[in-house]
Design a protein around this ligand. Structure first.
Ligand SMILES: [Zn+2]
Length: 201
């Protein structure tokens, strides 16, 4: 937890330097926003005591810093200028799902009903039947397979599809896979399906 905060403060430092602001002293805090989290510090580490706090306690930490740093380095006007510059340089965060390593066992499996959002539609006679609301869908599996590619890489095997969509039979899974516009390589059990460029649109 502490390391990312330190890196963030270093990045801010270099951002200010490249934009010709005088370097202010840097302090960073690690705040815990989840009020149910328990902060443990069994070795009573000073650094942890100093930097880690609940977000509700930030206001009580600031006066400590104000006591340590008494000289004004950036005027209010300069701080506002830096804030505007930071907003101007903001880039939206695009999470890299693969790096999150979501274990397959923790995912909601099965095809989700487009009507009532329940998982676990049954594949019967080429259609998906929702056991919760009775909705029938021809293409409810598409979004599940797109999710699979986004989360677990750009290839799927018959067995992966059976596992993720909760389809029992291999021939049934094969029919589903071959009905999609996927690129196929390999044979039999080793056959791999990959999305074509237009699969996600
Ligand atoms: Zn339903």
């Amino acid at each position: 937890l502490k390391k990312p905060s330190k890196i963030q403060s270093l990045k801010l430092k270099s951002f200010l330097a490249t934009n010709n602001f005088p370097p202010p002293p840097f302090e960073y805090l690690v705040t815990i926003s989840n009020s149910h989290s328990i902060i443990k510090n069994p070795t009573n580490n000073k650094e942890v005591n100093y930097r880690v706090c609940r977000s509700s306690n930030i206001a009580f930490k600031i006066p400590t810093f104000q006591k340590i740093y008494r000289h004004e380095i950036l005027s209010k006007k300069e701080i506002k200028k830096a804030a505007r510059l930071l907003i101007k340089h903001h880039e939206p965060f695009v999470p890299d799902l693969k790096s999150m390593e979501l274990p397959l066992k923790d995912m909601s499996k099965g095809v989700q009903c487009p009507a009532c959002k329940a998982f676990g539609m049954q594949h019967i006679h080429g259609s998906w039947l929702c056991r919760e609301c009775g909705n029938l869908s021809k293409d409810a599996h598409l979004s599940a397979i797109r999710d699979y590619f986004h989360l677990y890489g750009d290839s799927i095997k018959n067995k992966d599809l059976r596992d993720f969509l909760m389809v029992d039979s291999a021939p049934q899974a094969k029919r589903i896979l071959q009905s999609l516009d996927l690129i196929q390589t390999g044979t039999n059990k080793g056959r791999v399906y990959r999305p074509s460029n237009n699969f996600f649109y």
